[in-house]
Every structure is written in structure tokens, then in C-alpha cells.
Design a protein around this ligand. Structure first.
Ligand SMILES: NC(=O)c1ccc[n+]([C@@H]2O[C@H](COP(=O)([O-])OP(=O)(O)OC[C@H]3O[C@@H](n4cnc5c(N)ncnc54)[C@H](O)[C@@H]3O)[C@@H](O)[C@H]2O)c1
Length: 338
């Protein structure tokens, strides 16, 4: 085990640490949750009961939570029993949600297996399921007591999922660790080749940025909202495309829109914004979408990040310089049409 950091999220201790592949599985696991793609990645010991979920966002539904809770009850798990979830953000969000409900909260250990879950979803206590097309509508704040990370496991991640996760890495670099952007820029080929050393360093830095923001603001009353950079635009694209756009790829597109908005508002320097967008394109990200701007604007009206009826946008004004702006619908429509 190699400690990244011991955090306290709203009074809950949460350890983030690197583990070797052979040591990833917690020996005191009482119930193991994974999906059909991730279960075989984890070397298990003992005879803990397990639930293997159908992979994919479409299955991030109450029926999965019900299965976990039923099995926990049937097996007589106690409040101090460990439910261990190993998978991408869908599995880690649902395992932690079920754990938050079982006996009003049992022990939860997460093993993120996608890059997105390692750098974002598994850390920070947001848990939940979707309701129809509306993502994460039902959930809780319930940090896992430990997040165990093994970058080696990323080698089997499908290409699109890898780049979806790298989108969140780029987001984290812009909002909280500009040195990491230089590291990425100077190691483009290693990043493309999934070099384990560079990945480990990027994951460590992302965990520190996110963890520190969550420590100061678990319930997103303040600066935690910076982590939503690219998300208000991105969620609208995901919804209107009926989730044909993967979350992380939609977030990168959304960051492109947030940069455009920032320049139009007179906040970011145009050359800086173009330089960041050029790096996105260089990695193969698409900053153009065919979806209807009007439909996307409408989808934003359902966004959870509305405050007092107005929509909040996270706007990058420069490296590690983030503003929260309330934008008029007409202005947003112009940006969407660009
Ligand atoms: N809780 C949070 O703070 C937070 C933050 C960001 C995203 N999320 C949530 O995370 C989810 C997205 O997570 P995701 O992108 O990991 O999606 P995912 O969980 O659907 O995983 C993507 C796909 O990759 C597969 N997979 C995962 N690891 C693998 C590996 N090592 N090898 C081979 N296949 C592997 C999965 O089975 C799945 O098919 C969304 O539901 C989103 O709402 C939550």
C-alpha cells in the first residue's frame, strides 16, 4: 500500500491509496459488487457473496440497489460489514449508495477500475442512481472509507473510456493543478500509450485536487462546484444525444464551450483558450456537436446546478482561475451555436 492521502470528508475519514493488483481486494469483504467487465480484474480471496451487475449507465437504476440490499439482508451483514465495489463510476456510485442505505450506512471500500472513477467518481462521497434520462437524481453523500487504486488495471479499459477519463484529468488540471497540464503537454506520447508511471502521477495529482476541494466543501455549497467545469454544457449534450456522447467526452466538449463563453465574457484571453482547445483536439477530442442548440438549452433547464431558478456556469478565466457565472439563456444559445 502506498498512501496518497487520508482525507476527512464531512466528518467521514476516507483514505486514498495505491495498491498492487494482488493486494487490492480487502480481506474483510462481506459482499462484493462489480460488473460483467470488472469482476474478473480483481483477484479475490475468501468466499464473500457477490453481485455482478450488467455494465453501463442504462443500468444505474434502483433495481441494482435493491439486489445489493436484498443480498446484504439475506447474508445477515451488519453495520460494520464491508461492501466492496469494483468497477467504473457506475458501480462505485451504486455500491456506495447501497452502502449508505444499508442499516443507515455500513462500511464501503471502493476499487475504481476506470480512469474516470479513479480520478473522480470513487472519491468524494457523491453516490446515486439515475431517474430516466436525468442523471444522479437520487442519491446521498456517503464517502467510502477507502479508495484503493491500481493504475495497472487500466490497461484493459476500452479506448473511448480511457479518453473519457482523461477528459476529467484535463478538467482537474485547468481548475486546480496547472503544473499537471504542463506534465501532460510534455508527455503526450506517454499519456497516449497509457504509461503506468505517468498515469500514476496524474491520478495522484487529481486525487489531491479533488480531495482537498471536497474536504473544504462536501455538500457543494462553494468551491466544490469548480469540479463541475464543463458539466452544465456537457450534461445537456449527453441528454440530448440520448447518452451517445460518453460523459467524459461530453465534459471536454463542455469545457470548450465554457472557454468560448469565458472569452465572450471578456474573462479568458483568447490565445490561452485556443491553446487549451488545441491540446484537446490534439488528443482527438471533438469540440463540435451536431445536436440542436435549442434542445440543449432546454435540457439545461433541468440541470441540478440551478440556483434560485438561474443556471450556474463554471467558467475558466485562466489557469486555476475559476469563476461561477449566472448566464442569460440568449447568451448561452449563442455560445451553443458557435
Ligand atoms: N460520484 C461522483 O462524484 C461522480 C463523478 C463523476 C462521474 N460519476 C459517475 O460515474 C459514471 C461514469 O463512470 P465510468 O466512466 O467509469 O463509466 P462505467 O462505470 O460505465 O464504466 C465504463 C465501462 O468500462 C468498463 N470498465 C471499467 N473498468 C474497466 C477496465 N479496467 N477494463 C475493462 N473495462 C472496464 C465498465 O464495465 C463499463 O462498461 C457516471 O454514472 C457518472 O455519473 C460520479
Amino acid at each position: 500500500m502506498e498512501l496518497i492521502k487520508d482525507f476527512i470528508f464531512g466528518g467521514f475519514p476516507c483514505r486514498a491509496a495505491f495498491y498492487n493488483k494482488e493486494e487490492l481486494f480487502p480481506s474483510d469483504t462481506a459482499l462484493f459488487v462489480a460488473d460483467g467487465n470488472t469482476a474478473s480484474l480483481i483477484t479475490r480471496s475468501g468466499d464473500a457473496p457477490e453481485i455482478i451487475l450488467t455494465p453501463g449507465e442504462a443500468h444505474k437504476q434502483w433495481s441494482a440497489i435493491d439486489r445489493i440490499l436484498q443480498l446484504a439482508m439475506n447474508k445477515g451483514l451488519a453495520r460494520d460489514s464491508v461492501i466492496c465495489g469494483a468497477g467504473g463510476g457506475v458501480v462505485t456510485d451504486m455500491t456506495a449508495f447501497a452502502g449508505s442505505l444499508y442499516m443507515r450506512g455500513c462500511r464501503v471500500i471502493l476499487i475504481p477500475t476506470s480512469l474516470l472513477a479513479m480520478v473522480d467518481a470513487a472519491l468524494g462521497g457523491k453516490t446515486g442512481i439515475d431517474a430516466g434520462v436525468y442523471k444522479n437524481m437520487i442519491g446521498s453523500f456517503y464517502p467510502a472509507e477507502e479508495v484503493r487504486i491500481c493504475p495497472e488495471i487500466l490497461q484493459s479499459l476500452p479506448e473511448q473510456e480511457y479518453w473519457a477519463g482523461m477528459g476529467e484529468v484535463l478538467k482537474t488540471a485547468i481548475l486546480g493543478d496547472w503544473e499537471m497540464m504542463d506534465l501532460i503537454r510534455n508527455n503526450k506520447e506517454a499519456v497516449k500509450a497509457r504509461d503506468p508511471e505517468i498515469l500514476k502521477e496524474l491520478i495522484r495529482r487529481c486525487i489531491l485536487v479533488k480531495g482537498n476541494l471536497v474536504e473544504e466543501d462536501l455538500r457543494e455549497k462553494g468551491r466544490r462546484a469548480y469540479l463541475n467545469l464543463g458539466h452544465t454544457f456537457g450534461h445537456a449534450l449527453e441528454a440530448v444525444s440520448e447518452f451517445h456522447w460518453a460523459h467524459g467526452l461530453a465534459v471536454v466538449w463542455g469545457m470548450g464551450k465554457a472557454l468560448d463563453a469565458s472569452v465572450a465574457l471578456g474573462l479568458a484571453d483568447a490565445p490561452w483558450a485556443e491553446e487549451v482547445k488545441a491540446l484537446f483536439r490534439d488528443f482527438g477530442y471533438t469540440l463540435d456537436a451536431d445536436e440542436s442548440p435549442d434542445a440543449m438549452l432546454q435540457a439545461m433547464q433541468m440541470d441540478k446546478k440551478k440556483k434560485g431558478g438561474r443556471l450556474r456556469y463554471i467558467i475558466p478565466a485562466g489557469p486555476q482561475d475559476i469563476r461561477i457565472e449566472f448566464l442569460e439563456p440568449d447568451f448561452v444559445l449563442e455560445i451553443l451555436k458557435k
